[in-house]
Design a protein around this ligand. Sequence first.
Ligand code: 28F
Length: 631
Amino acid sequence: MTKEEYSADQIQVLEGLAAVRKRPGMYIGTTDVAGLHHLVWEIVDNSIDEAMAGHCENILVQIHEDGSLSVQDDGRGIPVDKHKTTGKSALETVLTVLHAGGKFGGGGYKVSGGLHGVGVSVVNALSSQLKSEVKRNGKTYVQEYAKGDAQGGLKEEGKSTETGTKISFTPDPTIFEHTDFDFDTINNRLRQQAYLTKGVTIRIQDLRDGRKAMFYFEGGIRSYVQHINRDKDALGSVIYVEKDTDDGLVEVALQYTQAYQETVFTFANNIHTTEGGMHLTGFRTALTRILNSYARKNELIKEKDKNFSSDDVREGLTAVISVKLGDPQFEGQTKSKLGNAEMRTAVESVFSELFEEYLTENPNDARSIIGKCSLAQRARLAARAARDTVIRKGALEGMTLPGKLADCSSKDPSQSEIYIVEGDSAGGSAKQGRNREFQAILPLRGKILNVEQARLDKMLANNEVKNLVIALGTGIGETFSLERLRYHRIVIMTDADVDGAHIRTLLLTLFFRYFREVIDGGYLYIAQPPLYKVQAGKTAKYAYSDKQRDDIIKEFGDRKYGIQRYKGLGEMNADQLWDTTMDPEKRTMMRVTIDDAEKADHIFQTLMGSEVAPRKKFIQTHAKRVKNLDI
Ligand code: 28F
């Protein structure tokens, strides 16, 4: 059909999908591997939505060998009746009109993927091929598309006693740099969606290598909390509350453990609200208030003692908060903060009532939770005392800097960087080789404290940690403020051996547990010193990997050459360290990011936590993947 034959609304449809193909980033954020998987979330979310509406119990995701991916559910099947005005079936409308999916009938909630439900028509536009199959009204209907363009009308393909929807699509390689679906990425997301939608069975099959999994959690987010705490020392059972209110469905599951960290994940319509929001505020308010009133009423806090602060009741807390509402308002930098004020009161009232009931009915659990909060309160007050006495009040905010810090002359944080260097010899070379205008050096003597197993007061008693906190200038714990960060690039520079890796891990644990905003803001880096120097005559080249080393050797051809394997930074002099690792013109650095907070939390807790068995299991599982283990 040529353009002029299209009707007005067909042109509007074409322009809609053409716009998607012209600027895909506007609809799915990026066209890299994250954008590729947004296509999957869009389709899966529609099946989850059908499950949330109570009409679908099984969802199957298959990754095919031909590069396509299919999702099928046993819901009602997308309606196929003709749209009175467009003459198109509802199915074709949903597949070709932007945002046509929208809120489903029957008061269901539109679940939406990371970008809040751009709709399946976007997937259609960005797929070189898409096939839709609907089983409904005792029949099977099929319609195929290419880049959003219907390749013919809706066809009846036969009879069927089942109902449901199946969408198969091949991402368009002219749009996506990478079109290989990642099993783990999809697997983790499906597990999370199954936790959030109790009673639904979600299966994934990777037909490229046979991997498969099935998720079914009758316990919903209770099971989610058990999963998060699987390797922690739990205090009491999982507490679960669920209530349908006028403002929406409220679900909260929580369990305290012996750990020091807090792990709280919050969701609205199954979207991970990483920036929190009103549901989290309501929860925290209720948790603090109920624990204080219970402790007072049962004389577990002495009359003269202060109330628990919101920080005191967070220590060792694992919680999942999931709300489902008709019209969620997403705010914040990454549109992942829930703005609906009514959800603060809804969560606060639902959780208060049922948590108070739980504590009254479970006095032993209540006592151990309150005991934990009292310890946390004492540690917080001790940390405050440590902050005020051991380090002069101003020091933590970076007023009086530690002697070992060789600061830079620039006072502009956005221009300044600090290298945290392992050992005094490397520290010496770094001080000598650096550009003192914008590069500060903080040498660390040996291993720092493992903060995974220490409270704040003990951490502040550790010199290395204290010096680092002072140098950064942000303060720590309740006085932390990112605005006071003195350097916008914090570079961890340790030896390329086991000790260096251990010190790097200890530092990453400190940043993950106490300076999360520094990581999330993209301020934390890991220096990449060279592993080898390959020298032939006067020509010396640096290799940052075994492959690069071999490529240089090939380049040298038949010239006689020598190889030096750098075991530690101390083997490089100041000029070499500058040339290879610190010169912004030449260096490469790895930025530290956390794309999966749940996974990161579990890895730190397994590797650095107090429980030995999970660490042993982790090492045995992953040891065979470790290359050139340096014994
Ligand atoms: C593999 C992806 O997309 N499943 C879906 C339904 C069910 C209905 C629906 C979807 C009504 C007209 C807007 C059926 N019967 N899986 C899916 N299952 N959409 S998407 O309705 C769409 C709205 O267009 C459905 C009665 N009500 C709703």
